[in-house]
Design a protein around this ligand. Sequence first.
Ligand code: ADP
Ligand code: MG
Length: 768
Amino acid sequence: MAPFFRGVTIKNILFFIKNTKKTGGIWMKYIVSRKNKYNMAELRFSALRDAFNRSPVAVEPPSRRVSEYFGANVFDMNKMERYLSKEAFKIVKNAIEEGKSLSIEEANQVAIGLKAWALEMGATHYTHWFHPLTDVTAEKHDGFIDMGAGGKMIEEFSGKLLVQAEPDASSFPSGGIRNTFEARGYTIWDVSSPVFIVGSTLCIPTIFISYTGEALDYKTPLLKALYELDKAAVDVCQYFDKDITKVYPTLGAEQEYFLIDEALYYARPDIAQCERTLMGHQAAKDQQLSDHYFGSIPERVKAYIEDFETEAYKLGIPVKTRHNEVAPNQFECAPLFEEVNLAVDHNQLLMDIMRRTARKHKFRILFHEKPFAGINGSGKHNNWSLATNTGVNLLSPGVNPKTNLQFLTFLVNVIKIVNDNNDLIRASVMNATNSYRLGSHEAPPAIVSVFLGSYLTSILEDIVEKVTDKKLTPELKTDIKLGIGKIPKVLLDNTDRNRTSPFAFTGNRFEFRMVGSSANCSSAMIILNAALAYQLKQFKSEVDGIIEKGMSKDDAIFQTLKKYIIESRRVLFEGDGYSKEWQKEAAKRKLTSNPSVPESLKAYLTPRARKVLTTVGVLSEKEIESRVEVEYEKFTKKVQIESRILADIAMNHIVPIGIKYMTSLIENVKGINDIYEGNECEKLSSISKSMIIEIADHISNVERMVNDMVEERKKANVMESTYDKAIAYEKNVKPYLDSIRYHIDKLELIVDNEIWPLPKYRELLFIR
Ligand code: ADP
Ligand code: MG
């Protein structure tokens, strides 16, 4: 009918209305056909057809040898050496090594070479690229163009533009730091993370601070934490090895994600708007046969993965591992580990590449921690360790007793931070989306404990048993050192993995598994590295104190380690982290489990947390408070959005369809009544009748609960304090998401499949 209506004007509409007799039929038919076209069930089926008919979009990489094009789009050391003057290269190299910033004159020199490279690469724009306190990175592109002499257009790029910009910060979350009259923020080049090109834009990694100097991003405190940790760790290393002059934490972030077909994504308003299904009955078969985990990667997905990996390689991101994860449609991508700041930038960039490349392959990627109820969620395990300028991994058992004492020192200090900052560590990963995952049966529990493996546990107990506050006898020393000396060999055989532990030692690193798949790793990395910096300073001063009293260095170290082990015993747990017994046991040990999100976040505000963060100089009191404000607000808004979407879908999609099906059943009963009588009539109509009651029951529950939920939102929305509001959303609004869903999922089981408006789990979760 469309051609008939092309060029419809008011005049001919009036004509139709006037001549309804003649034209009314066509008019109505048109409306009905249009309506059918946008009917949600129709959309569901057409989406399914689209999804089934797709084939892989194969993309050839520039070369089969990654080494030939790895880092092609990065202004790395090699390119700096090539494009910068000798002088400028030396300046940047020093700045990177010493963590210094550049003066404008120095930056001007760098900008000349950088511009030459960027233009050669076909870049037309540049942007400062930063990590505001949202879930994504930010960029604002500016062209290189400028008006030259005589009105001639030229490409211009100066040192000033490279090192600093002043974006309007007013629309980024600041938690009350930023006044509207001081809305300006500054972005300042982070020399330690290389500049790169995406598409035709030169991207300059920067920090982002307010006009008054407070951090408005993740990178600023992260860089401070890494800097402080370096200093504190080097001081401790001096006990063991005078050659160690630099310690840099390393991070390998395993990124889990879900893929769904683009057409199906659009047919689900909940996924399209909050990356998670707010309803959907579990599929009869999903992950119970474990036939997806490590299974062969579907062709369409493989083509997609190869494509984003190629893009990642061009940007110098060393992605290495790919595999199917446990849940259907779930996958993982793991890179080689790198220095933390670079690894964080690379993870953020990788997520961006993965998102954009997905569109090319008619997929949508879901980084949400729990897109589907009842099957596994996604995390981003943060593998974290400490490397030195001498090429040593401080969390890797060494080759002799001396290096092993160094290893044990760092190991025990890490355990101590988990004990002393237990709630703070959880707070660093707690948010609305991750709260759906933590504590589920397949995900780390919300109780933060450390898994060491039986051998290391026994070594620590040995120290507790044998070390006293007196000088160690030579025999005991040899005995303990012999035990320690055996570590490497046994550990290699013993890398048993307790998958239920949120913070597990895995042979040469800790694996912090509570981090959510959508998170910026900085949040966790700021806390872990700052807490360790604080802790290592304590350790150094305690050990020095004992040495001053006349003890040997080894004795002082052993005594301090013993004290820490005893103090931290409560966080050591080797058993099943998912079990009920652990919940009980953890409560006895005064470890918090399953707190609400806003309650968890309060851990940032305790005197202890404030002391750690401000003493190390990572965040000021004001910055801590503003960050927590931002988190409360983010939490409230996310629950609010989900609640609104659920109410909308429930009332506008589900209830009408339920009524429609119920009406058809009523018609059916009426028809039976017309034809049959007595017992026979009763028997034939009984099925429909009981279904009518069941449907009516679910519908009325949905309707009542949606109204109640909206009322709770209204009450919460007028609350002044952001904490109270977040708590109200957590306690009074969020529970409705589950209870309303329950009735919708029941309806999904009863209502005629032909008219059900949303793609079902069994349809969403199987990529051909
Ligand atoms: P699994 O899934 O079995 O834990 P993966 O191979 O998926 O293992 O991921 C392990 C991650 O740990 C990788 O990103 C790897 O680079 C990282 N990793 C290994 N050694 C270190 C280290 N010393 N510091 C930080 N990360 C590390
Ligand atoms: Mg892995």
